[in-house]
Design a protein. Structure first.
Length: 95
């Protein structure tokens, strides 16, 4: 038998908002982030459409230097995980 699984928090990073409040606000306002991809290296003389993250705002606990040199995917994962970790109050739990 598998142990019970409990979801105690979530983190959200999307093109229409980073963090649950910004994301919910974007959804309720009907915002869309679709457009021509603009990040350097993302396209070559094309008008590829998509929804890309404009920027990532890291929590103060995640030092900017610790995210430097890390792929965009890893940065998004770290920032999103930090939000969920904080919301679940896991810093207060004794391992």
């Amino acid at each position: 038998m598998l142990p019970d699984l409990y979801i105690t928090a979530i983190g959200v990073t999307t093109p229409i908002g980073q963090g649950k409040p910004a994301f919910a606000s974007g959804l309720l306002a009907g915002r869309s982030a679709f457009g021509t991809m603009a990040r350097p290296g993302r396209q070559r003389d094309s008008a590829f459409l998509g929804a890309e993250l404009a920027r990532i705002e890291a929590a103060p606990e995640l030092a900017e230097k610790s995210l430097r040199g890390v792929s965009l995917s890893a940065q998004v994962a770290a920032v999103t995980l930090r939000e969920a970790w904080s919301e679940a109050h896991l810093d207060d739990v004794d391992p």
